[in-house]
Design a protein around this ligand. Sequence first.
Ligand code: SAM
Length: 233
Amino acid sequence: MNDQADTHDHDPHTHSHDGDVDPFDEKAETWDDDPAHLERARMVADRIAQEVALNPSIRLLEFGAGTGSVTENLLSRIGQATLADRSGGMRAVMERKVESGRLAGARVIDLDLESDPTRCSNSSKVTADQVGPFDLILSVLTLHHVDDPKSMLGAFRQLLEVDGQIGVVDLDAEDGSFHGEGFGGHHGFDRRKITEDLSAAGFDEIRVLDCGRIARDDGDYTMFLAIGHRSES
Ligand SMILES: C[S@@+](CC[C@H](N)C(=O)[O-])C[C@H]1O[C@@H](n2cnc3c(N)ncnc32)[C@H](O)[C@@H]1O
């Protein structure tokens, strides 16, 4: 499987200050043209479905949903889907999929879980207090772009219904070659550390499982699926 779109941008990591150009905006229109992206989304969705019991009453949030391909593969097995991405280009692609029926009934939002909610009260961003609760939150290859993953996991927990679950798919710790020089995000995650962070964020029944690999000319990058459960309010 190839992931050249992620390889060649070399710096897809920006902070979401209003007015900045988001590099994912430039990739959005052609993201689904790469068969490797669609195949990866299918594989990840299948892996999640193997490990997390899905049913038509599940209210799903996919955070950093991109073009929504992972949720697209789960849509027939869940209830209401909410798709969040800070890239306007990615949201536009998802909106079109909602209209065409590929993401029928899904809600597409610009959910800000990193800023102080009071600072975005005048923007078009949706804040945590305006959404949820959810029964399942998924985030695929997005956490390595987030400045403070531990806080983000805590924010996810706050958005979950008691007994809800989180599923985070990301790269195992790598040497930085995945994005190349200039990347400001995280070089994957150590599985023990992600377990500790999930625990610190208040999750229990934590499992970290293999979730396939991204094969490229410069080597293979393995991924994990970390699952956590919210048991108390
Ligand atoms: C590598 S892409 C993965 C997209 C999709 N999850 C997939 O697997 O095809 C990462 C996505 O996360 C989004 N993203 C990164 N940081 C984010 C943040 N802080 N809030 C919302 N979305 C974010 C980017 O805009 C991008 O669409």
